[in-house]
Ligand binder design. Structure first.
Ligand SMILES: *Cc1c(COP(=O)(O)O)cnc(C)c1O
Length: 355
């Protein structure tokens, strides 16, 4: 297969980022679940995350967990997407822990765990305002009582997810609510609840500033260790590498062309009516990279004089100013989270792991 397009992944930097986050978290009594979903559970990446000291590996897809286990990467593994009832058998077979927000699904997992002679450890999710997964806080005591009665299940803790759907920031109020619910359950239900899972990379700013409330014992971190930033403002975290991923694509045409298309403008291939800026005649290049490979709004050109104009399923158009460009030349881009996710997911993009 051709070498381009490709995604270069510096796994040494992923291990280094993980080690930094693990160390900061450890100083605050917090364990790290290293989340591998943005790399589709690539074993090379998972190995780096383990090497960096993550206590557990987390992924949203059972296929990715299977891929890591087949490669011999030691767990424990957490399924971080609340499980499908139809995938209960695979969930119990592949995951040691899962997040949970439904009592019936919990009973199905328990039955499956008994059938397989295992215990399924669950972290019960509380919705503290982001409006994605989770029981409403006042439903938690009832749900815990019902789930505690299910043989085959072990309630390992409570958790929240923030800054995903509602873009709600973690703070002392919503994390405080999680911590006080955990304390109430420990007292009333005689459960240990070792895990109080305080969210994802949006909590890293609080961790770095020493403001993460005591009582949080776990964070589930993907973007922070992969892209080196927190996710409220996408601010780089001091000491972390923000240049783990580089996208490379190859030029297949270079030509002087007008910047305004000629003729009547209708819908483009995706049903949008495009708007163009007249820059006169300019040097344009076509790269063999398209929407089947990447969300290209998330690409930052690394080469001087390159600006992204737009593209279609298989072509990315760029303006190259102030220098000559040639067919066959490679251009490099720094991808954001959405671009990394799509580049990793596209089967057309070669992944090159190095350190
Ligand atoms: C994706 C995800 C994470 C990790 O989020 P990052 O922002 O990448 O750190 C944690 N928990 C859940 C439930 C997720 O879906």
């Amino acid at each position: 297969m051709a070498a381009n397009p490709r995604l270069e992944i510096n796994v040494g930097k992923i291990a280094g980022n993980t080690a930094q986050v693990v160390q900061r978290a450890g100083a605050n009594g917090v364990n790290i679940v290293g989340v591998t979903k943005v790399c589709c559970g690539a074993p090379e990446v998972a190995r780096a995350v383990k090497q960096g000291g993550a206590a557990m590996l987390g992924d949203s897809r059972l296929e990715n967990i299977a891929r890591m286990k087949e490669a011999g990467i030691p767990g424990p593994y957490m399924l971080i997407r609340i499980p499908m009832q139809s995938a209960a058998a695979e969930t119990v077979r592949l995951a040691d822990y899962c997040l949970l927000s439904d009592v019936v699904t919990g009973r199905i997992l328990g039955a499956e765990a008994r059938r397989q002679g295992k215990t399924m450890h669950v972290v019960i999710m509380v919705d503290v305002g982001d409006l994605r997964e989770g029981f409403w806080p006042n439903q938690i005591p009832g749900a815990v009582t019902e789930l505690a009665a299910v043989e085959g299940l072990a309630i390992a803790g409570l958790g929240v997810n923030l800054t995903c759907y509602g873009a709600i920031s973690p703070d002392e109020n919503n994390l405080g609510l999680l911590i006080s619910l955990a304390e109430e359950i420990r007292k009333n239900n005689k459960l240990e609840l070792p895990i109080v899972s305080g969210g994802n990379s949006s909590s890293l700013g609080m961790l770095w500033e020493g403001k993460l409330p005591g009582g949080i014992s776990q964070l589930r971190i993907g973007e922070g260790i992969m892209l080196g930033c927190e996710t409220l403002e996408r601010a780089p975290l001091p000491g972390l590498h923000t240049d783990v991923f580089t996208a490379v694509a190859e030029i297949v045409e270079v030509r002087e062309k007008p910047s305004l298309p000629i003729g009547r403008i209708a819908q483009d291939v995706f049903g949008n009516v495009p708007v163009f800026e007249d820059r006169g005649i300019h040097q344009r290049a076509i790269l063999a990279l398209g929407r089947q490979d990447v969300i290209f709004d998330g690409l930052q050109p690394l080469d001087a004089g390159v600006e992204i104009l737009g593209g279609s399923s298989d072509h990315l158009l760029v303006e190259i100013s102030g220098r000559k460009a040639a067919v066959g030349e490679e251009l490099r881009f720094r991808p954001d989270y959405g671009a990394v996710l799509t580049l990793n997911t596209s089967p057309y993009v070669q992944k090159v792991y190095f350190s």
